[in-house]
Structure formats: structure tokens, C-alpha cells
Design a protein around this ligand. Structure first.
Ligand code: SF4
Length: 389
């Protein structure tokens, strides 16, 4: 029996109605050896010019739309000073109708903050911190080129609580080089001991030229076999279930009411505006991406040129496909009737035959109008989602 709308967690309801605002901060104090994000080394002068460009870009986008989330992502947004973060939040408030209860998240590297700085971020309007912890074992952190220690990560969570944050998220990475199943599960135990409100578990992805690949070859570190990675995932989620977290997305768990409202916009066919270098936006079926290089982005904004490097209207089929494969990432899955109505296509008639074998294999479940991946199915999500693209 499908859940009625009124039974659904409030943070999963109608996230598409207001805009999400993403703000990219591309500066880091050191570059991790596995990182494939759009980032560069911190430079104070460049940062000042970048923040001015960001405020200008936000002001130029002003419209009457409501926004109910701001997400500072990077790079390392916590390298900014609290007043600089406040300035960006103010720019968003002036440009859009920002919900007084907006979720305002700052991605934070534990090494870049202390209690006073976190108090400053809280006073500036940030109400959610997301710590990139990755591991609670110093040797694993060293292998990744991370600059913080496990103790520093624990202390940062305590500092955040002392600074008044009641919405704290931690990121962990699994399947690290040389990491055993037991070592990974010890990280999960350390995470639950730190007692965050939300956690994201990511699989380490090694892109082709990652310096970490060379380090692994030189040092003889390898990743555990695929079967172990599946065991790591399933046993970690079982531990998180037992600790009172609910899985709401393939890689994300939360305490009640603490699912990431911003990220839900990406998974629930919502709309968002991205500001800063390389930032993506999707509004009314149009997707665009800003110039990736920090200097080029600043020059374009300062020269009153459009910072957008690519823009295209998504076709109706692309929008539907995307709604399917992002929606299926959610533990509650997708509502086939709602999507069929929204896109004017009978979704089951189009894809049902191909999806049948996943239903029979126990990877997918159909309950009333909803279709969702089982937890075993989440391990096979790429195979299932290939049906849609
Ligand atoms: S701190 Fe994050 S964005 Fe910066 S280099 Fe490391 S992984 Fe990449």
C-alpha cells in the first residue's frame, strides 16, 4: 500500500515548489589526492575578487521566486570568514524571497574551524554544517591527503554542537585503499558515536589520472574486492538502522526531519540556481553551467558578460529519464502515476517490460503507484537505471 502524502516525512513533501540556491566556493588549503571537484588552492586576493563576482551574479539573477535552501559547496566553503558567508546570504536574501526557515548548509573541513568560527557561521545565518570527515582513522586520512586528523573531526562536531548547530552532517568514504570490512565498520561506529543528525556514505571513485592511483601503485595499496564493498555497504546501513537513522537515499541517512532539503531538490525533480564557477542550474526544464575556471568566471562577471558557458533546454524525454533515475535513488522511490501525469507518458507501459526482471530478482519493488529499489537493489542501481537512458 502506497503511503499517502500526509504520511510522508515532512522533509520529503513537495520540495520542488521553492528554489534551492547552490553557491560554489572553489578554494582549498590543500588538494586531496583523489579529488576531481572544481577547486584550486586558496589565494586571498582571488577569493576577494571571487566573492564580489558571486554577489554580482546573485544580484543580477534577482527575481520574485521563493528560495528555501542555500548550500555552500566546494572546494572548502569553511575557508571563508563568517562575515563573508553573511555577505553572500544577504545577497541571496536581497535577490530572492528567502524563506525565514531556509536550510542554510556550509560544507566544512574540520581542520578549518574552531568553536569561535563555528559560532560566527551560526550567527551569520548558517544552520546546518556538513563535515567532510571521510575516515576516523588517521592512517586512512593520510592516504587520502586529507589535512585533518580523526580527533580533530570529533572535536569539530563537539564545537559545532557548542556553537548551537542542531543539524550536523558527516561524510564518510568507504572502499578506501587498503581498507578492510572491519576497518570500515569501525569508522561507522565512530560516526554513530559522534552522533550527527545526518550522514552521507560515499564510495571512493578513482578517476583515471587521480594522484591517489599512483600512490596506490607505489605503496601496494588496493581496494577490497567488489563483494567486500557490497558487504561494507549493507553492514554499514544495518548499523545505522540500529542506531536510529533512516536511510532516505542510496548514500544518505538521517534522523527524523533531518534529510537534506537542498539535496532533495536534485532527487525530487526540483529546481535550483547555482552561483559561482562551474555551478549548474536547472529551472523550467532549462539547464545551464557557468564557466569552470575561477579566473574566467570572475572576468566574465566583472566584464558584464554572461558567466554561463553552456545552456540547453532538456527534452521532455530527458526530463522524464532524469526524474526516474534521480527519484529511484530515494528509499521511497518514485510515484509512477504522478510522473506519468507530469510528463504525459505512461511510464510503466514504456519501461515495465525491461524492469520486470529486476522486480523478479528482488531488486525493485512495486507497491501501489510507487516503485522503489530494495536495499540489495541499491547495490545494483546502475544496472537498473540503465533502463532509462
Ligand atoms: S577538501 Fe574537498 S574539494 Fe578540496 S581538494 Fe579535498 S576533496 Fe577536493
Amino acid at each position: 500500500m502506497a503511503k499517502r502524502e500526509a504520511d510522508r516525512p515532512s522533509d520529503l513533501r513537495s520540495p520542488a515548489s521553492a528554489l534551492g540556491i547552490y553557491v560554489h566556493i572553489p578554494f582549498c588549503s590543500a588538494i586531496c589526492n583523489y579529488c576531481n571537484f572544481n577547486r584550486g588552492l586558496y589565494d586571498a586576493g582571488l577569493k576577494t575578487r571571487y566573492l564580489a563576482a558571486l554577489r554580482t551574479e546573485i544580484a543580477r539573477a534577482a527575481n520574485a521566486r521563493a528560495a528555501d535552501t542555500i548550500f555552500f559547496g566546494g572546494g572548502t566553503p569553511s575557508l571563508l570568514e563568517p562575515d563573508e558567508v553573511r555577505g553572500i546570504i544577504e545577497a541571496v536574501r536581497e535577490a530572492f524571497s528567502l524563506d525565514p526557515d531556509a536550510e542554510i548548509t556550509l560544507e566544512t573541513n574540520p581542520e578549518t574551524v574552531d568553536r569561535a568560527k563555528l559560532e560566527g557561521f551560526r550567527a551569520a545565518g548558517v544552520n546546518r554544517v556538513s563535515f567532510g570527515v571521510q575516515s576516523f582513522q588517521d592512517e586512512e586520512l593520510r592516504r587520502l591527503g586529507r589535512i585533518h586528523s580523526a580527533d580533530r573531526a570529533r572535536a569539530a562536531v563537539r564545537d559545532a554542537r557548542a556553537a548551537g548547530f542542531d543539524n550536523v552532517s558527516l561524510d564518510l568514504m568507504m572502499w578506501l585503499p587498503g581498507q578492510s570490512v572491519d576497518a570500515w565498520l569501525a569508522n561507522v561506529d565512530a560516526l554513530t558515536a559522534a552522533d550527527p543528525d545526518h550522514a552521507s556514505l560515499y564510495l571512493l571513485e578513482l578517476y583515471p589520472n587521480a594522484p591517489l592511483k599512483e600512490d596506490m601503485a607505489r605503496s601496494g595499496w588496493s581496494q577490497a574486492p567488489d563483494d567486500d564493498a557490497a558487504e561494507m555497504y549493507l553492514r554499514a546501513l544495518a548499523k545505522l538502522d540500529a542506531a536510529g537513522y533512516a536511510q532516505y537515499e542510496i548514500s544518505n541517512v538521517a534522523r527524523p526531519g533531518r534529510a537534506s532539503r537542498h539535496n532533495l531538490k536534485y532527487w525530487c525533480d526540483g529546481e535550483w540556481l547555482g552561483f559561482g564557477c562551474g555551478a549548474h542550474s536547472t529551472v523550467a526544464g532549462v539547464r545551464w553551467k557557468n564557466a569552470s575556471a575561477t579566473g574566467e568566471y570572475i572576468d566574465r562577471v566583472a566584464g558584464a558578460t554572461d558567466p554561463v558557458a553552456e545552456r540547453r533546454r532538456l527534452s521532455a524525454d530527458e526530463r522524464l529519464e532524469e526524474a526516474l533515475f534521480t527519484g529511484l535513488r530515494l528509499a521511497e522511490g518514485i510515484d509512477l502515476v504522478q510522473l506519468s501525469d507530469r510528463y504525459g507518458v505512461d511510464v510503466w507501459a514504456r519501461y515495465g517490460d525491461e524492469l520486470q526482471r529486476f522486480l523478479e530478482g528482488g531488486w525493485l519493488v512495486r507497491e501501489g503507484p510507487r516503485l522503489r529499489l530494495t536495499r540489495d537493489g541499491m547495490l545494483m542501481a546502475n544496472e537498473v537505471m540503465a533502463v532509462f537512458v
